[in-house]
Design a protein around this ligand. Structure first.
Ligand SMILES: Cc1ncc(COP(=O)(O)O)c(C=O)c1O
Length: 378
C-alpha cells in the first residue's frame, strides 16, 4: 500500500528514544505492578483533564465496566436499570453496560455528528433510566447544553466513553467546569489501545471522575475489590495498568495536543480537497479542539461503498470501516437490546469509510488521497 491505513511503527517512531529510556527506567526500578510510575501517570492525566480523580486501569472496556459496576456497588444503580447510549458505537460501550447487569437503551445518531442525536434522548427516558453514556465517537465531542440539561433535570449520571477522544474539548462547558472530553460528565472511560490517539504499546485504559466515592470504589474494584491489603469490600477484579505501559503513556501523553493538531491538519486537507459527488465529508468547524479526528469518516451515498473501497485499494489507499455491523445487529445481542428505529445508524453502517489520518499519513498524502477519491468513477 502506498498510503497504508495505519502503521503503528511509524506512530511510535518519533518517540522511540524516549520510550526506550522510559522502559529502561521501569526495568531498573524493580517495580512491575503499581508504584510511582502509575501514580505519576494518573497525576499527569488528571492535570490534562482538570479532574480530581484518575485511576489507571487495564483497558478501555474495563474502565467503562468498572465505572458502571461501581455505581451498582454504591447502590446508585440497580441491576436492570437503564443506561441511554448511542446506537452508533463500538460494541465495547454496550458490553460495559450489560456486564454490570444494566440495560442499554440505544438512541439513534445524527448524520451531522454521527454521535447520539441529543434531541432523541428525552423520549427514551423511563422511570428506570439512571444514566446516559455519551460516546465521543471518531474523536468528536458528543456534548451539548441539551444533554447537560437533561442529565441535571432527570438526575442522571453522565458516563463518557472517551476511548476515541482524548484531548478533545467541548465548546459548551461540562457539569464540573472542565471542558475536556472525559471530564465533562460524572465519569469518563479512556482507552490507550495502541491505535488510539494516545496509544500504549499494549492494552491500557483509565477512569477519570469528579466523584470521590466513585473513584474509591473503582480503585478497589480494579484491585480484587480490596480497600486495603487483604481486606475485600467488593468481589472485584484485577484490572490494573502495568507500570511499563504507564511509562510509555507518560511519554505519549505529553504530546497529546500536538498529535491532535496534526490530525486536524490532515482532516482539513481532506475537507478542502474532497469534492466527489457521491461522497459526504464529516462536518468540520475551524475549531481544532472539538474533534480530535481519531477517525476521518466519509460517507459514500450512492450505494457503492464497497466499490469505492476496492478502487481505493487498487490505487494504493488503505481504508477501514468503523463499524460495518452495529452492536444491535451482533449475534451476541440478537434481539435483546432495547431500541426504536435506528435509521441513521443503519444507513451509516452501509455508507461509512475511514480514511488514513494517523501519523505516517502526511498532509500532502491526505490531499493526494482526496484527489484519488475525486477521480473514482462509481
Ligand atoms: C468507542 C470505544 N469504546 C471502548 C473501547 C474499548 O477500549 P479497549 O480496546 O481499550 O478495551 C474502544 C476501543 O476499542 C472504543 O473505540
Amino acid at each position: 500500500m502506498r498510503y497504508p491505513f495505519l502503521d503503528l511503527g511509524k506512530v511510535n517512531e518519533p518517540y522511540r528514544d524516549e520510550l526506550i529510556a522510559a522502559a529502561t527506567r521501569v526495568i531498573k526500578s524493580g517495580r512491575y505492578v503499581g508504584g510511582s510510575e502509575v501514580e505519576a501517570f494518573e497525576h499527569e492525566l488528571s492535570n490534562l483533564l482538570r479532574v480530581p480523580h484518575v485511576i489507571a486501569v487495564s483497558n478501555g472496556l474495563d474502565a467503562l465496566r468498572l465505572i458502571l459496576r461501581a455505581y451498582v456497588e454504591l447502590g446508585i444503580m440497580m441491576p436492570g436499570d437503564e443506561i441511554i447510549v448511542s446506537a452508533n458505537t463500538y460494541i465495547a460501550s454496550i458490553l460495559a453496560i450489560t456486564d454490570a447487569g444494566l440495560a442499554p437503551v440505544l438512541v439513534d445518531a445524527g448524520y451531522d455528528t454521527m454521535n447520539i442525536d441529543t434531541s432523541l434522548i428525552e423520549q427514551a427516558i423511563t422511570t428506570r433510566t439512571r444514566g446516559i453514556m455519551t460516546v465521543h465517537l471518531y474523536g468528536r465531542v458528543a456534548w451539548d447544553n441539551r444533554l447537560a440539561d437533561i442529565a441535571r433535570r432527570h438526575s442522571l449520571k453522565v458516563i463518557e466513553d472517551t476511548a476515541q477522544a482524548i484531548g478533545a474539548r467541548a465548546t459548551t462547558g461540562g457539569l464540573y467546569g472542565s471542558d475536556r472530553a472525559g471530564a465533562l460528565g460524572d465519569a469518563g472511560g479512556f482507552s490507550f489501545y495502541p491505535t488510539k490517539n494516545v496509544g500504549a504499546l499494549g492494552d491500557a485504559g483509565a477512569v477519570a471522575t469528579h466523584e470521590q466515592d466513585l473513584a474509591q470504589a473503582v480503585r478497589a474494584l480494579a484491585n480484587y475489590g480490596s480497600d486495603r491489603r487483604y481486606h475485600n469490600i467488593y468481589a472485584g477484579f484485577n484490572c490494573r495498568m502495568d507500570p511499563i505501559q504507564a511509562a510509555m503513556l507518560r511519554v505519549k501523553l505529553s504530546h497529546t495536543d500536538e498529535e491532535n493538531a496534526d490530525r486536524f491538519a490532515r482532516a482539513l486537507a481532506y475537507h478542502r480537497t474532497i469534492n466527489h459527488p457521491s461522497v459526504i465529508t464529516p462536518t468540520m468547524t475551524q475549531a481544532v479542539i472539538d474533534n480530535v479526528w481519531h477517525q476521518y469518516v466519509i460517507r459514500v451515498t450512492c450505494g457503492k461503498r464497497d466499490e469505492m473501497i476496492r478502487k481505493l485499494a487498487e490505487a494504493g489507499v488503505g481504508t477501514d470501516i468503523h463499524y460495518a455491523v452495529p452492536p444491535h445487529r451482533q449475534p451476541c445481542y440478537h434481539g435483546q437490546l432495547r431500541h426504536g428505529d435506528l435509521p441513521v445508524t443503519e444507513t451509516l453502517a452501509e455508507q461509512i469509510v475511514s480514511l488514513p489520518v494517523a501519523t505516517g499519513t502526511s498532509v500532502k498524502d491526505a490531499a493526494d488521497i482526496a484527489r484519488i477519491i475525486n477521480t473514482i468513477d462509481l
